[in-house]
Design a protein around this ligand. Structure first.
Ligand code: AMP
Ligand code: GLY
Length: 423
């Protein structure tokens, strides 16, 4: 079959890598893709939000299955448009992708169906939000309702900071229309864990756990980024935590979406906080995480296309989802200055080294070809990933592999997976 992947990051590279391994697949296309994805797929320069062009491309190339990797096109309804054109697509429809697209929606859903999460209020009126803050406890968390590249969350320690935050989100519209509504929620403390899952509308199968490092600098300092590195599995995701989440969070979310007339098919990413009162949902995403996919997918034993088709066909209950009994660590190589300002177009060398070592992967995030040369084309450039028998070995392997690749202004965190020493 012919598969089209929509997206251009390390997550889509990991999806392409798994898709290329599938015996069911003859040909892979990617829009727009990147220099790493081009190893497996024919890439076409069509933006992820150019729905008409994507549908026309899928028709022209007689695509059998489209896998949408990114949040924006999912929330915008790309899957609905593909389906309307008679093209099979993997990912939630617009009415289900709202689980990620509106934080106010997801909070109300959790409240209505008693899914554990932080206490909160939603606001469409900035004055009411400011009034609410007068009697609130600090620190407190402000969230723009809509998609904001993972940057629409402000943790405020004082009343003054929080007032400023409301103005930033709702009046200055720093995150655009994402700030038309906002959530103000209780600050929680604990370990964070990411659990991705496959969902077919009624059945949910969770993948192995992972943890992201969102801040730019070592020791979780600096600005929030799209993610500077991940490890999988999380040693803090114990059997007890998993049992709790199975009982109160995972199936409950899928059932809630079904009951609301918004059956969810695709990937639900549960951002969890392990609080003293038990696990609570920080956020939902309606897709694989990036860079979570880079440490989860290489450990999956199943043929990804079989699982994806089972989600579309509603037969996920018949799939035995299995992961390798090992670990993986991904260290993001960024361009120094990310996430604010950074150069692009810098030549990258050493990439050929990865093909010589089993269990090592270099997932491209922001790269492109300039002639025959691969150059940087984004803030996050590469996700250097390695497996190991356990987390410590995987981490050591990943950091060795970061030395294989060179480009000017190469920047990375040096403490990805350090938390595992505390487990
Ligand atoms: P989100 O996009 O909702 O996952 O938020 C981004 C990050 O902000 C999370 O990964 C947490 O580190 C932090 N965060 C979000 N909500 C809370 C909360 N209620 N309490 C503490 N930290 C939070
Ligand atoms: N790594 C966080 C995300 O994909 O949202």
């Amino acid at each position: 079959m012919k598969v089209l992947i929509v997206g251009s990051g390390g997550r889509e590279h990991a999806i392409a890598y798994c898709t290329a391994k599938s015996e069911k697949v003859d040909k892979i296309y990617c829009t727009p893709g990147n220099a790493g994805i081009a190893e497996y797929a024919e890439c076409a320069p069509i933006g992820a939000m150019e729905f008409d062009k994507i549908v026309a491309f899928a028709r022209e190339k007689e695509i059998d299955l489209v896998i949408v990797g990114m949040d924006d096109p999912l929330v915008g309804g790309l899957v609905d448009e593909l389906e309307a054109a008679g093209i099979r697509a993997f990912g939630p429809r617009k009415n289900a992708a709202i689980l990620e697209g509106s934080k106010a929606f997801s909070k109300d859903l959790m409240k209505k169906y008693h899914i554990p999460t932080a206490g909160y209020e939603n606001f469409t009126d900035p004055d009411k939000a400011l009034d609410y803050l007068e009697t609130a406890k600090f620190p407190i968390v402000l969230k723009a309702d809509g998609l904001a590249l993972g940057k629409g969350v402000l943790i405020c320690n004082t009343l003054e900071e929080a007032r400023e935050g409301v103005r930033t989100i709702m009046l200055d519209k720093k995150f655009g229309d994402a700030g038309n509504e906002m959530v103000i929620e209780e600050f929680m403390t604990g370990r964070e864990v990411s659990v991705l899952s496959f969902v077919d509308g009624k059945t949910i199968k969770t993948m192995t756990s992972a943890q992201d490092h969102k801040r730019a600098g070592d020791g979780d300092t600096g600005l929030n980024t799209g993610g500077m590195g991940t490890f999988s599995p999380s040693p803090f995701y114990t059997k007890e935590v998993e049992d709790f989440c199975n009982k109160y969070i995972y199936q409950a979310t899928v059932d809630a979406m079904k009951a609301e007339g918004r059956p969810f098919k695709g990937v639900i990413f549960f951002g969890l906080m392990l609080t003293e009162e038990g696990p609570k949902v920080l956020e939902y995403n309606a897709r694989f995480g990036d860079p979570e996919a880079q440490v989860v997918l290489p450990r999956m034993k199943n043929d990804i296309i079989e699982v994806v088709e089972a989600c579309i066909d509603g037969t996920l209950d018949q799939v035995d989802l299995q992961f390798e009994d090992n670990a993986a660590v991904c260290v993001v190589l960024a361009s120094d200055g990310y996430p604010v300002a950074y150069d692009k177009g810098l030549a990258i060398s050493g990439l050929e080294e990865f093909a010589k070592h089993e269990g090592y992967y270099c997932f491209h995030a922001g790269t492109k070809y300039e002639g025959d040369q691969i150059v940087t084309n984004g803030g996050r450039v590469l996700g250097v990933t390695a497996k190991g028998k356990d987390l410590k070995e995987a981490r050591a392997n990943a950091y060795v592999a970061t030395k294989w690749v060179q480009f000017d202004n190469k920047y990375m965190r040096h403490d990805i997976g350090k938390a595992i020493d505390e487990a």
